[in-house]
Design a protein around this ligand. Structure first.
Ligand SMILES: [Zn+2]
Length: 354
């Protein structure tokens, strides 16, 4: 393993950021190459815990000559977001400078197919230079996994349509409960930019079954522990063995054909939003199955008063995939994701969350 540290200037005098990159050298040039990063949303750390346990396994494989394909790992992908503390709270999802989500606005190919990456010393804000850097680091890899988490959630994956159901091997290896398949756009998330760097989604010439690109949602923000990190590392390692990046005959591979989670197109996800402001009482938790009309959430606007609370009910049968970690809501804020089996009346192109 070779570690390199890339430094880039911040936007103000005296500020610079450092990004560590770990590179493992595979022994076969024809083996698939894998890129993994974590904490692009800097307050989502289950992926860092998983990489903490995966990296020594890859080092051992490399030392034993069992690493077939190159692996590149960026354990903490967003030093800008990592430094954003406001009033003792960590704000790692949006740039406080631009208010742009750190996982949106990645450079996508232009009309001529070229990707408008900017150099690390280009005269543009640091977050744009960092996004170009991450995309450039992921270039040339067949497998690109961006490790995130939700607020409170089951383990689930976002997968681009050309890669599904081929990527059920990743869902099986990680024990993912759900897979959300998207096809139009993910609002220039890293996943979309990394995918388009491999090939156009509608390009029949790309060998999609040999590729894997995903935003991996490793449960919720508080699900960071040695036990979960170790088991997620085991899942990632199993997947890398299954794909031929690592040779390890001592690993029992997950049977992708037996994966029994819920996979639905993104249009089938009900992104429930708050019809009123107030205190949240959740009646469901991730993993619950609900029927149309079931009570999901009560929002208390005027405590104890007749008519002082609003009920939010399930618009269709489905699986509760996520809910918010906070217990206060503004009007219009996201409350939970319910994965149904038919198109949501509120479905729109792009990502589910802000
Ligand atoms: Zn995230």
């Amino acid at each position: 393993m070779k570690k390199s540290t890339i430094e880039f200037a911040g936007d103000t005098v005296g500020v610079a950021y450092r990004l560590d990159v770990l590179r493992f050298s595979g022994s076969r040039s024809d083996a698939p190459k894998a890129y993994l990063q974590a904490a692009l949303h800097a307050n989502e750390l289950p992926g860092v815990a998983a990489l903490h346990y995966l990296i020594p396994r890859l080092e051992a494989a490399e030392a034993a000559g069992r690493l077939a394909g190159d692996v590149t790992i960026v354990p903490t992908a967003n030093p800008i977001g990592a430094a954003q503390y406001l009033f003792h709270e960590h704000a790692g999802r949006f740039s406080v400078s631009s208010r742009v989500n750190f996982n949106r606005d990645f450079p996508l190919p232009g009309a001529d197919g070229s990707i408008p990456l900017v150099a690390l010393d280009a005269p543009v804000p640091a977050e744009r230079r960092m996004k170009s850097l991450l995309l450039d680091l992921a270039r040339g890899h067949d497998i690109v996994l961006d490790l995130h988490c939700d607020d409170e959630a089951l383990s689930y994956l976002y997968v681009p349509a050309p890669l599904w159901p081929h990527m059920s091997d990743l869902a099986a290896a990680l024990g993912s409960a759900g897979v959300i398949v998207w096809d139009e756009t993910s609002d220039a998330a890293f996943e979309e930019a990394a995918l388009l760097q491999i090939g156009d989604m509608r390009d029949g010439g790309v060998d999609w079954p040999s590729k894997a690109v995903s935003t991996v949602e490793l449960r919720g923000r508080a699900d960071v522990s040695a036990e979960l990190g170790e088991s997620d590392a085991g899942g990632l390692y199993r997947f890398l063995v299954a794909r031929g990046v690592v040779d390890d005959e001592n690993v029992a591979l997950a049977d992708a054909a037996k994966w029994s989670g819920t996979s639905e197109p993104i249009e089938h996800v009900e992104m429930m939003r708050a019809p009123a402001a107030g205190t949240l009482l959740y009646h469901v938790a991730p993993g619950d199955r609900v029927k149309t009309g079931d009570l999901l959430v009560t929002i208390i606007g005027a405590a104890g008063e007749t008519g002082g609370a609003v009920e939010v009910r399930a618009p269709q049968d489905g699986l509760i995939l996520t809910r918010r970690v906070h217990r206060v809501t503004r009007l219009g804020d996201d409350l939970l994701k319910l994965v149904g089996s038919r198109r949501s009346a509120a479905a729109r192109p792009g990502t589910l969350d802000n």
